[in-house]
Each structure stands twice: as structure tokens, then as C-alpha cells.
Design a protein around this ligand. Sequence first.
Ligand SMILES: Cc1ncc(COP(=O)(O)O)c(C=O)c1O
Length: 341
Amino acid sequence: MLERLENKEPPRVRLANTPTRGHWLRYGEQLGTKIWVKRDDHTGSELSGNKVRKLEYLMAEALQQQATHVITCGGEQSNHARATAMAATQLGLKSVLVLRTENPEQPPATTGNILLDRLAGAEIRWISRPAWRDRNRLMAEEAERVRSAGGKPYIIPEGGSNALGSWGYLRAARELVEDLAGIAAPENPVTIVYACGSGGTGAGLVLGCKLLGLSALGIRVAGINVCDDRPYFVDAIGKICGDFEERWQLDARVTPGDIDIVDGHVGLGYAKSRPEELATIRDVCRSDGIVLDPVYTGKAFHGLVTELKKDPKRFGAAVAFIHTGGMFGLFANPETIGGVL
Ligand SMILES: Cc1ncc(COP(=O)(O)O)c(C=O)c1O
């Protein structure tokens, strides 16, 4: 299978510092379980986090198509949009970001990811929450504008989450097999846990699980959703896996039963934090010196802790938590986390 995978792997442009390292967290001990963390927040600095792994394939296709501009979308503090803007600049392309905000007439302050978007020279189009439903049409409009000015646009969907982007975490799953050798075994199962926001990371990991036969090694995969709900992500991840299958025909045969989403931890809603989530971010930093973000990794980690408090063996003998980055979001609203310090 590895040979078939390698033969079908699409072109990739190197953007990420991989393989990323992993280590045990002291924090797990107080929960009576073992938590190992894969430091995908170290895939780079301005290009840190999970998005970079997907962008390696997406940007390679943009370059192949001789694009001059990449266009993508996200929330106002989107890590994906920032990573896309930075990657585009590194590769000599321009970027256009369609970003959702409360009131487009009064764009948000230039903090966190927005600061980096602007530093990288991204053009930003602010849109309202109701207009977000039309994001694909609005990106197509931007593409038309680029074309009529003589440029060549390449559109990247929300979160870089499509079949091509899913190769990023399929590749990461190969790293995880090496990472977890000596930790996971059929009699000592380990669950890879990740924050699920648009489904691309999940799709790559689920495909990796199937194609690399991870269950025989005692490795499972579970996402903790930070928005929407379980049925939404079983459908979204299933669709990406279906598109992947159609395009590369690797016989992954992903079924809804292969997609494990641990629901119930969205709390107040996407990008809204409860004090207990912020307290977990604080406590993990004070215990282990690692920084989680409020929107994705902090919320998912808090969900993980909540599950482990109910049952320390809920995820098997150990958890392998993927730290998917997002730290710049912490600096967008420092007063929020400031409330628990
Ligand atoms: C830091 C971070 N973690 C996790 C996610 C979720 O990844 P995905 O969109 O692939 O589900 C995102 C983006 O949405 C993110 O920025």
C-alpha cells in the first residue's frame, strides 16, 4: 500500500518543518492517563499549525497552474487565511482573503492573525455573517476580478479542506505510525485526538487510518468538534474522503462508522470561550509550558480533559493529541485569557 500511495501522491512544495516532534505531557498524570502531544504547532513560525501541511499540496497545484493569486476565506482570525497569505508571499504569489466579521463597515482591529495577513500584503475583503453563506460565490467574484486585471487566480476552499488538502494529514499519519511505534499496540490502544473545524485534518487522518491499516497497530483516530455537530462532520469528512477516492482510487472505503467525532464540547459556540476552557489553557501552560489557542486546540483539549475525567481509559491506554497550532489567535483578544490569569 505504501508504494501505491507514494506513486499516487500529488506534487508537494515544502513549506512545513516536518516530521514534527512529540513528547509526553505531565498534565495527563493528574488525570490518571497518559497524554502524548504531536507538536504540529512547530511546523513553522509564521506558517505554523496544521494548515501548512495541506498548503504544501494546494500551493503546489497553484504553482503548477501558474497562478498569480491565491484566494481563500475564513473567520476574521482565520489561521488558515494567515497561513495561506504567508505561504503565497513566500512563493512569490499574491493573496486575497474573504474574511467574515460582525460588521464589514467597521473591520476588526489589526491584531493576531489579521496583523500577519496585512504584514504579508494580503488583500482583505470583509464580509458579514449572513454573506458567509455565499462565500464560494464571493471567492469566484474575486477570482473574476483578478482575471479581468490580467492575473490567474487559484481558489482554496475554507480551511484548505478538500481532497487535495487531505494529503497533508495522510502524510502526517505516516509520521504518526513512526511516532507511536513502541507506544501503541493492539493490547495497548492509543487514540489520535485532534480539533475538528472544517474537516480536512480529520479526512486526512481517517484516510491514513484506513490506507495504512492503523487499527491493526492499535491506533484509532477521534476528532473533537469545535463548531457544528457530529452529523455535520461525519458528512463533511465523508464527502472529502469520497472526493479523494474518486480522484486517486486507492480503495480506502471510508464509511460513516470510520469517522469518530466526539461531540458535546462546542460550549458557547465557534470562537467563543467559557472560563473553564480558558482555565484549561492556563493550567496546561503552567504544567507543561505549551500554549494552546482558545478557538481550536484549547477547546478540543478541554473537551478531551472533560471526557478523561469521566473515564481515564475512554481513549485507550494513551492519547496522542495533535497540537494543530493557532497561537496567534490568543493575541487577538488578550483580555479574554487575561481574565483567568
Ligand atoms: C489551530 C487549528 N486547529 C485545528 C483546526 C481545524 O482543522 P480542520 O479545519 O482541518 O478541521 C484549525 C482550522 O480550522 C486550526 O486553525
